[in-house]
Design a protein around this ligand. Structure first.
Ligand SMILES: [Zn+2]
Length: 376
């Protein structure tokens, strides 16, 4: 009996929609929410467990025993039926969590979907859907490096949206007004040591990329800010490009960094030594700074197509060094001699550069090149 039930469940995995996780769409789900009828990956199943059994009761297809009526109930539902209900008003600017996203994005998605049922009842999306938001976040100081509570506002202007923050509670003039057009926002993951609910907000100011680091005590609050910024950018794009469909408009609203990590970088002269720098590859923009939380990078480099004089090779010509995993990034202006701690790290960086250098730049990429050139 148990074997027959398990065989039925394994067969159900072949039904369209059930071959991927109902929530994050990663392949080969091994868990099932018995009452919801959703097939889930282990990570999302973990989030379901945290919702409480009154909302979702998860069981393993392989490890648990299944009763006939449980299998019958799941057979009648399945991921397509579940998502038709629980994602019927999933906003286009929403980002479905993937394996590379931090835990809080996944757990908040699962809570929003099943606990708060925000995608069944759109009026429950008010915390972020309008692209207008006000609240308090802890912001890292540019100079003093401590985190201080600041009032942030996301507002609509005539020609777009702005993100503002104020130093004092009652200040009417913001300390800073950021045009949302150049803003990117990513989760800071474990970069802000004191709190995992952090965001890194980057934008262009005077030809340089500024990084703001903020966090909130409540994970929902920081995820709401993330979606409020995406919603605001989405709304502005919709006005600017009315002919585009929602999928096109939602593309690249925010971009996760391609790669981040410590590398050793040699100074411009071959007699210079190596210095440890934090590198961030944001699509075609490579930034390096002294610290992962630096407000401004020490350098920013555009990575173009190999036809334009960009390249990457293992090793470095005419360089004597005890470093093992050395590689050279070529740009028309300068060669960057870099060294990774491990072979794996080096391969990751080389592959990331190669991929970019064999991809045709878009008009947005060329705009970035102009912005960076204006600075140098
Ligand atoms: Zn999943």
């Amino acid at each position: 009996m148990a074997d027959r039930n398990r065989a039925t469940l394994l067969e159900l995995l072949n039904k369209p929609g059930n071959n991927v996780c109902a929530d994050c769409k990663s392949p080969d789900p091994e868990w099932v929410s018995v009452n919801l009828g959703a097939f889930l990956c282990p990570e999302c199943a973990g989030c379901h467990r945290n919702l409480g059994t009154h909302i979702s009761r998860v069981r393993s297809i392989k490890l648990d025993n299944w009763e006939d009526d449980q299998v019958q109930a799941v057979a009648e539902l399945g991921n397509e039926v579940v998502n038709q209900k629980y994602e019927q008003f999933l906003p286009a600017y929403y980002k479905r969590p993937t394996k590379d996203d931090p835990e809080l994005l996944r757990s908040e998605f699962v809570k929003a979907k099943y606990s708060r049922q925000e995608f069944i009842y759109p009026d429950r999306q008010t915390a972020y859907c309008s692209g207008i938001k006000e609240g308090y976040l802890y912001k890292r100081g540019r100079d003093d490096k401590g985190f201080k509570k600041r009032r942030f506002c996301l507002t609509r202007k005539l020609n777009g949206h702005s993100l503002l923050y104020f130093i004092k509670e009652k200040d009417t003039a913001p300390k800073c007004e950021i045009d949302l057009d150049s803003v990117n926002v990513v989760f800071a993951k474990d970069k802000i040591g004191v709190n995992p609910n952090g965001l890194q907000i980057t934008y262009f100011v005077n030809g340089q990329t500024r990084s703001l680091f903020v966090y909130a005590d409540d994970p929902k609050e920081i995820v709401d800010w993330y979606y409020a910024i995406r919603a605001a950018k989405f709304e502005w794009r919709r006005i600017a490009h009315p002919q585009q469909d929602e999928t096109e408009l939602a593309e690249g609203l925010t971009t996760d960094f391609t790669l981040e990590g410590w590398l050793q970088k040699m100074g411009p002269r071959k007699t210079d030594g190596f210095k440890k720098r934090w590198f961030t590859l944001d699509n075609r923009k490579l930034m390096y700074s002294e610290d992962p939380l630096s407000p401004f990078p020490k350098g920013e480099v555009y990575i173009g197509h190999s036809d334009g004089g960009y390249g990457v090779t293992m090793g470095a010509r005419d360089v004597r060094s005890s470093m093992v995993y050395v590689f050279t990034l070529n740009t028309p202006e300068r060669d960057f001699i870099l060294s990774a701690d491990t072979r794996e790290d080096m391969d990751q960086w080389i592959n990331a550069f190669k991929e970019i250098q064999t991809t045709e730049p878009t008009s947005q990429d060329l705009r970035l090149l102009r912005m960076l050139n204006n600075n140098s």
